[in-house]
Ligand binder design. Sequence first.
Ligand code: FAD
Ligand code: NAP
Length: 549
Amino acid sequence: MLKKSESADGVLDVIIVGAGFSGMYMLHRLRQMDLRVKVLEAGGDVGGTWYWNRYPGARCDVESMSYSYSFDDDLQQEWEWKERYAPQPEILDYASHVADRFDLRRDIQFDTRVAGATYDEAANLWHIETEGGERYSAKYCIMATGCLSAPRKPDLPGLDAFRGEWFHTGLWPHDGVDFEGRRVGVIGTGSSAIQSIPVIAETADHVTVFQRTAHYSVPAWNGPLDPEVQNAYKAKYAEYRQRMKTSESGILYDTHEINLKSAAAVPQDLRQEQFELRWKQGGFNFQNTFADVTSNQESNDLYAEFVRNKIRRMVDDPDLAEKLCPTDFPIATKRLCVDTNYYATYNRDNVTLVDLKTSPVTRITPDGIQAGDTQYDVDLIVFATGFDAVTGALLKIDIRGRAERSLRDEWEGGPRTYLGLAMAGFPNLFTITGPGSPSIFTNMFVSIEQHVDWITDCLRYMATEGYDTAEATEDAQDKWARHVREVGEKTLYPKANSWYMGANVPGKPRVFLAFVAGHKTYTQACDEVAANGYEGFTLTRAAASAVTL
Ligand code: FAD
Ligand code: NAP
């Protein structure tokens, strides 16, 4: 019997790869257009990031009331968040609830990893091949594969012979890990480590943290979400969501005149007062105390020293405190971490910091971790070592466009896209939150909804106007890639060895993976492109009359 989602020849209108929040919403929107859509997802259920990252302490760092879909008012009114920053299980429940509510699972095939996607020029179809050898064809292919979905761990010799267990935060076992009475080594001190270390330390016999670079972290001040606060927020949801959509970060901040000034231009006492105020508010509010944290080194230094002084006060041992004080990069040029009890955890007797600056981790031994000449015995290793971000998941798939052009070859020197949405030479292929879009610098839900809505509008325009193929022009792509680079070069971001710049993966080209000018600026660019009949795309009818706009 013919599956409802397929045509008689088995060809679909759209294949979406990935069933995180991007793929789920994309499916929902395309179904509203009555298209035949199938989603292929490597995981066993919906949720993406929140399906895989089940490590202890995992939670969002954008507040729950904002870190959620806005597209359906009943959904946002009815869903009750329990904490200011929702923990991973709650976000996964939310994803599952959305899937149930909109009956999404019926068009999602789980446990299916896409290995290749090839454009067939003659048929104007994308042929998709899974690791299991299944094949699907569709007119459009939409990659909703995620920016932080390709976990990476360092290539350390000896891991195979390690007698204990090891886990990566981004591939955490579903039945949890028991730390009780065990000696745990955590490698990394980014967001995943900073969230998990305090929780692991509560039950482990001992936690040894291996720190290569100290990161900046600000307190979340997480806690139960007061129902009254939640209801008041919901009463103004329409206004708040609109403000998020027209902001640069997709996050709501209470912004006063002083917050629009340069930190360096404000008198010392006033600056200190403002920093304290924002620190007490918690989370990313701190980053937005003043206007120029990532553009002015002098201001950045003031922010950084404020945080270092906080660390010095929170950590009892002054030598240890200094080791935890970041000095290697401007604050906020690596993602600012948001924590619960991170620094205070180092006052516990069962937590030790190993500073890797002069003695890097060289190998895993059968009994533990070797750093420099010292061997640290552990029973369990947690790799909190991050992701091959933004391009990793896309390049794991063998994507071939016109004339077998390989995306891996095209991006050898770094990714080039048009608006982070499309690539020249790859017709009818779209990326949600692709490289060159601001996504990772924003509340991702805001970026995801904007991308999905834009792609939906584009497909509708093509259908209405009778176009069959949309392809970014080389010229438009080059201009956008140059713009992404130029905007980035005006900031302090290049000063950090961050995943934003591809610096965390040996051999990865050092380029701006995202557009740092912000969501509002970016949305205006996307809207202009659409308003001008999809300027920068070549639109073609099957009868082969092409229009380049
Ligand atoms: P993902 O959630 O990554 O989903 C992509 C899906 O594609 C995955 O399910 C994956 O299995 C699937 N996939 C990938 N490749 C293939 C393939 N070849 N074949 C089949 N399926 C494939 N952002 C924020 O804005 N605020 C936060 O507080 C926040 N917290 C985060 C915390 C953690 C621990 C991490 C890792 C990221 C966090 N992010 C946060 C970013 C987060 O990734 C996004 O907010 C959002 O969840 C991304 O949704 P997505 O659907 O685009 O991608
Ligand atoms: P990350 O920020 O890239 O941190 C990885 C850590 O591992 C860094 O401290 C890095 O050190 C270290 N590392 C890598 N290789 C190493 C090696 N060979 N030896 C020693 N240390 C090594 O990764 P992440 O913490 O998983 O976070 C990634 C992103 O996911 C975040 O930036 C954020 O966007 C998102 N996230 C958000 C939250 C949240 O709070 N909601 C939580 C987790 C993740 P260096 O700094 O020296 O490279």
